[in-house]
Design a protein around this ligand. Structure first.
Ligand code: GLN
Ligand code: ZN
Length: 764
């Protein structure tokens, strides 16, 4: 009989209990025993809900107090020396020090988990020799197995993924791996001793392009682990994409008992299977319901897929599962009482995914006739949802169908636009500006919360926002910034603010998805065609501009970022959804221009992270991502200056795409990796204006004038000084006013010194 299985489950708790417990523990209001007990209660709930749904293979060790990669780092004892002497078992205080830093000791680097919005802590491979330094997998296995009354399935991050996701490798990769493998061997032996039948070993790095050397590591690892005489059965699990021909041949030949594949995003896995067959006697973990998105599975289609797979695999060796861990979806759609019924009917969060997996397992075991009622109900959901008139917006579809090349380009090339903009804006050399948001202090958040709950009237709330705008404009003028911003006080989040106003989106109340540690986000849901019922930012921008003779930047979130940070409908290609958002923004840009706004910034911090996992898919993504930005930004006159802003530092490989945005000015996060960014511009002659961030907004430090000046001097060696803008790395929303104003004052002074130097040079 086929079995139902899951790869991992959301772990913050249905009411984000872990968030509260962690924050209490860090603040000192909760002790370690209470935190540990909260963890235990959350795990119990995770296992219970899966058992009650009827899942056969329930994972354990997928819970984490912060991050599962950090758990793996502790398991193999890769605690960098800066966190103190080696501990036999990594303590909770060392664990959180690695996650969050401790007095003067920087935390591990936090970075994106593949192409998700989850962040993991990056392993460092220059520290001590690996050593078993955690009992978490064993403890949680015993805990789960006792509760479930049968063996749970421990989940481990595989040694090759741990290695390749890491940095600072001090030796050849094969040597590092050789040092890790004995630890993994001991873990497997101990799990076997405890009674584990199966272990799921996650190797998601296999869905990315890998060199022959890297693939050899996979062979090295699983030949060694496979040959252990005393171990559980191993299922090597991949997700977020497909294997390719080389990795397919490699993985199917490993001495392991099972292979887990993603058939939702990894569409090529099916062709590989059909072409090359599946090795006899091995389990196929078949990811057939989407673990990354929240739309109900079309059960008939999923069943057909399973039936096709069952032609290659003995049904007794088939595991029906989500395509990846359910970590990436919220808990339970039933908590969303205020969603429109026809939208809610189309959604499946983690608990609903469990039902789907169980129904499909029954369908493959007992035949379609056994699940007819469920299939009919599923078809009915789609009918109910698709009937809804909100899904389809004819004018938007017609506009997209009618787009021509001209809609994607500015009227004149940059060399014509630039002097027109300068004639109007009269900016000095090294113009200064900020990225948009100013500190969202407690009073701002309180006012918004009171307004949302009806305790503050619209009038009083907007009056409050206007006062904040007036204040921030006055202070920017005082310290002498050149291009001002209104401060974004009216926005709780740069995507949510627009999602609330655009048609086609809904927002949820409880649909939190972990981002890292105690942090979670509630991505908006794009369920229908997107359009703009009315202007979204014009009032605040016009008001801010009315207060000053200096230019105030209009501030918008770009189409690619809104798309990448939302749950996107699946019946339309992403390109098309991006163009719909872009058209709404294009109208907003034009309205801003008509309201007298001369500089408009369209932020695209998520452009880079949307990059596909395989390089062969990059061109297609970058093509529509760039076009979406251009569609949003190009409807203006030559005199209107378009800015964009991007975060995260690996720009080197997409610099041509950044150039292709054709923004007049870009600002880029830079101060944490100064050298790297500038190197990119050494090799690539960027033709327009650019502000490499000179004030690290992720640190509470106030940078000195000298420090900022020296960053600018370095930038001016690589880029033409006439190209350079002076600005912080990113928005100032999370910083305190006490840090922000002195820092900006120093930044303005550094720019003034630069002007002096370079004007002197020009005169001479
Ligand atoms: N304009 C936004 C801000 O200043 C940009 C934020 C971001 O890049 N993440 O907050
Ligand atoms: Zn940013």
């Amino acid at each position: 009989m086929a079995q139902s299985s899951t790869l991992g489950y959301p772990r913050l708790g249905k009411r984000r209990e872990l968030k509260r417990a962690l924050e209490g523990f860090w603040a000192g209001t909760l002790d370690e025993a209470q935190l540990v007990e909260t963890g235990r209660a959350i795990r119990r709930a995770m296992w219970q809900v899966q058992q009650q749904a009827g899942i056969d293979l329930i994972p354990c060790n997928d819970f984490s107090f912060y991050d599962h990669v950090l758990d793996a780092i502790c398991l193999v004892g890769l605690v960098p020396e800066r966190f103190g002497p080696r501990e036999e078992t990594v303590s909770l205080s060392t664990y959180f020090a690695m996650a969050r830093g401790a007095e003067g000791i920087p935390a591990l680097e936090l970075t994106k988990w593949f192409d998700t919005n989850y962040h993991y802590l990056v392993p460092e491979f220059q520290g001590p020799e690996p050593a078993l330094a955690s009992t978490k997998p064993f403890d949680e296995f015993v805990e789960a197995t006792t509760m479930l009354g049968r063996a749970a399935k421990p989940v481990l991050l595989g040694p090759v993924s741990l290695l390749l996701l890491g940095k600072h490798h001090s030796r050849p990769l094969a040597d590092h791996l050789a040092a890790l493998l004995p630890i993994y061997a001991r873990v497997l032996e101990r799990l076997a001793d405890a009674g584990a039948e199966w272990v799921q070993v996650d190797e998601p790095v296999l869905v990315q392009d890998r060199t022959a050397e890297e693939l050899a590591l996979v062979r090295q690892a699983y030949r060694m682990l496979g040959s252990l005489s005393h171990r559980p059965k191993l299922l090597v699990q991949t997700y977020f994409g497909s294997l390719d021909v080389e990795s397919w041949h490699l993985v199917t030949a490993l001495p392991i008992e099972g292979i887990g594949l993603d058939f939702v995003r990894g569409t090529e896995n099916l062709s590989l299977l059909n072409e090359h067959g599946f090795p006899a006697g091995k389990v196929l973990g078949a990811g057939v319901v989407n673990g990354r998105n929240i739309w109900r599975t079309n059960l008939v289609e999923a069943l057909e897929l399973l039936e096709e797979l069952a032609e290659h695999v003995d049904p007794a060796l088939l595991w029906v599962q989500p395509s990846c861990s359910l970590l990436h979806v919220p808990h339970d759609v039933r908590l969303e009482e205020h969603l429109p019924e026809n939208v809610r009917a189309l959604l499946a969060f983690a608990e609903q995914r469990l039902e789907e997996v169980v129904i499909l397992t029954r369908g493959i075991n007992e035949g379609r006739s056994a699940i007819l009622a469920e299939l009919e109900a599923n078809a009915e959901y789609f009918r109910l949802g698709l009937d809804a008139s909100q899904l389809y917006h004819r004018p938007t579809r017609e506009r997209i169908a009618a787009l021509s090349e001209d809609d994607f380009r500015r009227r004149s090339p940059y060399n014509v636009r630039a002097p027109l903009q300068q004639a109007r804006l009269q900016l000095p050399l090294f113009p200064t500006t900020t990225i948009g948001s100013f500190p969202q202090t407690q009073d701002v958040r309180t006012a918004r919360a009171r307004w949302r709950s009806g305790k503050l009237s619209d009038e009083a709330y907007w009056q409050f926002i206007r006062e904040r705008i007036a204040d921030v404009i006055r202070r920017q003028e005082e310290i002498g910034l050149d291009v001002l911003v209104h401060g974004e006080f009216e926005r709780s989040d740069m995507v949510e603010y627009f999602a609330e106003q655009l048609a086609g989106f809904v927002l949820t109340e409880h649909a939190w998805v972990q981002s890292y540690g105690s942090r979670a986000v509630r991505p908006p849901i794009i369920f229908g065609d997107i359009y703009r019922p009315k202007p979204m930012t014009v009032d605040v921008s016009r008001y801010a501009q009315s207060l000053t003779a200096k230019p105030v930047k209009g501030m918008l979130t770009g189409p690619v970022t809104i798309l990448n940070w939302s749950f996107v409908r699946e019946d339309l290609p992403r390109r098309e959804v991006a163009y719909q958002i872009a058209l709404a923004l294009r109208d907003e840009v034009r309205d801003l221009e008509a309201a007298g706004i001369q500089v408009i910034q369209i932020d695209e911090p998520a452009l880079r992270e949307g990059l596909p996992l395989r390089r062969k898919d990059w061109d297609d993504y970058l093509d529509w991502a760039v076009k979406a930005f251009r569609l949003a930004s190009s409807g203006v006159r030559d005199e209107t200056q378009i800015h964009s802003h991007m975060c995260y530092s690996e720009f080197n490989d997409i610099i041509a795409a950044i150039d292709a945005l054709d923004a007049d000015v870009i600002s880029i996060e830079n101060s944490r990796s100064q050298g790297e960014l500038l190197r990119a511009f050494q090799d690539y002659r960027y033709p327009r204006q650019i502000g490499p961030g000179v004030y690290d907004v992720h640190s509470a430090r106030v940078p000195s004038v000298d420090e900022i000046e020296s960053l600018l001097l370095r930038a001016a060696e690589i880029l033409d000084p006439r190209q350079l803008w002076v600005n912080p790395d990113c928005g100032l929303k999370t910083r305190r006013p006490e840090e922000v104003w002195p820092s900006l004052t120093n930044m303005v002074e550094a720019a003034r010194r630069m002007r002096e130097r370079y004007l002197a040079r020009v005169d001479a």
